[in-house]
Design a protein around this ligand. Sequence first.
Ligand code: OAD
Ligand code: ZN
Length: 241
Amino acid sequence: MAKKIWILSGAGLSAESGLRTFRDHDGLWEEYDVMEVCSIEGWRRDRDKVTRFYDARRAQLAHVLPNAAHYYIASLEERYPDRLINMTQNVDDLLERAGCCHVIHLHGTLTDLRCEECGSVFHIGYAHQEGFCCPKCGSARVRHNVVMFGESAPAYRHLYEAMDEAGLFIAIGTSGQVIDVGSIAERVALSVFVNPKREEEPRWGREIGWLDERFDRFIQKKATEAIDEIEEVIREFVANL
Ligand code: OAD
Ligand code: ZN
């Protein structure tokens, strides 16, 4: 039996730290055109605009703090070092700042840049990109280290590994619109969905709740308010191994 505990988080995990999600009513995609700032076509059309978008995200990240849910996930890493798979779609560094050391960032990292010539990834923290060159080859052709729509996400290979290894899957704060967490839920023995909101838009012929109903359990709460219930599920899972 698969014995790992797999946490897959999304923008909702960092919402209570003050970082806006993408698809909520006040989300980032209300203010920005996603295809202009987060797609390969938008990047080819206007590099400066995309760079400004990520500069602003980085500057904002400097002013927020991890919340109780980030610290809780860090405590899981510490208590279950060989059992936890800590994966996130988030590009912020709040899990690391809460003490996590083994985060798999499926969509890249905001605090790094990547060289377009040699591919090396280097840390810039919360700084603006302007003036940075690749420390390895000296090229000035550097870019954000965040996956865009239209390009591959190499870290997705970890999704397939995790599907084989995990016996408990917990999706926290994701709309499931980029990574199909509903399908993952149906493949893992026990699955939990944490989200304060049910999907209200019918989709693929399914009615309200089309996503949460694919999970064994739905904790309809904000991430920080769901901690006790998540802890209960994890304890029970571990006790029954
Ligand atoms: P979304 O913005 O699509 O979804 C965020 C989800 O978090 C929604 O379902 C909210 O209901 C929920 N939520 C809001 N507040 C919450 C809270 N306090 N606690 C728990 N959940 C809460 O974000 P993601 O699913 O993460 O890609 O989006 C996936 C990807 O789309 C992102 O990684 C990003 C974007 O394009 C890249 O940056 C490459
Ligand atoms: Zn380089």
